[in-house]
Design a protein around this ligand. Structure first.
Ligand SMILES: [Zn+2]
Length: 340
């Protein structure tokens, strides 16, 4: 799922979340012969009714007005340009269409190559380069328009998806799982944040020190996420895919490699195949080193297509990685997963 309109959200000079990210991804997918193997899903603007299930009307109006007046910053790092409102509607709407295509069996799985990203956007405010929370809106669509009862959102962006967590904090219809560097932007995502009321236990945060790499992430996904998902029995898996936990990313200090990312994607694919008939939809969040970003997305498509190969021109992390086995034991006990 892609549309050239996503290039019309114009970044101020030097801003890492800019259109080159998608230009590089699409260029590589075409060059490597992957684009021609895919079924294109069309983007349309999200309905304002669905959008208002996740954002206040006042905030939606603010984004439209600020963009229409020529664009301005909503906060220090979150900008709009004249077309940003339309682009953001198409980002959320495109992901909704990708989810619809998967739920209706038109495609096996999907990746929505959108911008602006979404996982930091909260109900009444955009932040962290995000205007509307694409993944939260798409989950809401699956629940309310398609009658699903359990959606798993896996967020492996290096930043905590505070907006997505907030959207479903009181509810059990979404299990929100996030790995992120901690403490780090935006400051949320402590393991103690586990949900509230009906939602208690349906938020699973994995706050990580800098330096965790392929081995640590693989353990977390296989020994914590997998049993958590098995117990939850999701009907759909959405992935907030940020590629900023790579060792070469300029914004953070984790140590994943491209091969490591491909491995995580294989685990997610196996999980979806086993638990929910392969219903798996990725959406692009962060990732700011353009070689990393484009190859990581290419590898993701290879995994989704069932190919064996994973390309890693950047190689493994240059430093030894930090051990997380103690943290995994603590998380399993906290979420009562011991014995699973
Ligand atoms: Zn990020």
């Amino acid at each position: 799922m892609y549309d050239p309109i996503y290039l019309e959200h114009n970044a101020p000079p030097g801003h890492p979340e800019n259109k080159e990210r998608l230009v590089r991804i699409m260029g590589l997918l075409e060059k490597q012969g992957v684009l021609e193997r895919l079924v294109a899903v069309k983007a349309t603007p999200v309905s304002l009714e669905l959008l208002a299930r996740n954002h206040s009307q006042r905030y939606i109006d603010t984004v439209r007005q600020v963009a229409e007046r020529g664009g301005d910053h909503l906060d220090l790092d979150t900008y709009t340009s004249p077309r940003s409102y339309q682009v953001a509607l198409m980002a959320a709407g495109g992901l909704v269409n990708a989810v619809e295509a998967v739920l209706e069996g038109k495609v096996d799985n999907a990746f929505a190559l959108v911008r602006p990203p979404g996982h930091h956007a909260v109900k009444a405010r955009g932040m962290g380069f995000c205007l509307f929370n694409n993944v939260a809106v798409a989950a809401r669509y699956a629940l309310e328009k398609k009658g699903l009862e359990r959606v798993l959102i896996v967020d492996f962006d290096v930043h905590h998806g505070n907006g997505t967590q907030e959207a479903f904090y009181d509810e059990s219809c979404v299990l929100y799982f996030s790995t992120h560097q901690y403490p780090y932007y935006p400051g949320t995502g402590h393991w103690r944040e586990m949900g509230r009321g009906e939602g208690e236990g349906y938020t699973a945060n994995v706050p990580l020190p800098g330096g965790v790499g392929d081995k640590g992430f693989s353990l977390i996904f296989n020994e914590f996420l997998y049993p958590l998902a098995e117990r939850y029995q999701p009907q759909l898996i959405l992935v907030s895919a940020g590629y900023d936990a790579h060792w070469a990313d300029p914004l953070a200090a984790m140590q994943l490699s491209l091969a490591g990312y491909a491995n995580l994607t294989r685990t997610l694919k196996a999980m979806a195949d086993t638990l929910c008939e392969g219903r798996l939809v990725f959406t692009l969040e962060g990732g700011y080193q353009l070689d990393v970003l484009s190859y990581a997305v290419l590898n993701t498509f290879h995994v989704l297509l069932g190919d064996e190969e994973a390309v890693d021109p950047l190689g493994p992390a240059p430093r030894p990685e930090r051990d997380v086995s103690g943290l995994i034991d603590q998380l399993k006990s906290l979420h009562r997963l011991v014995g699973w």
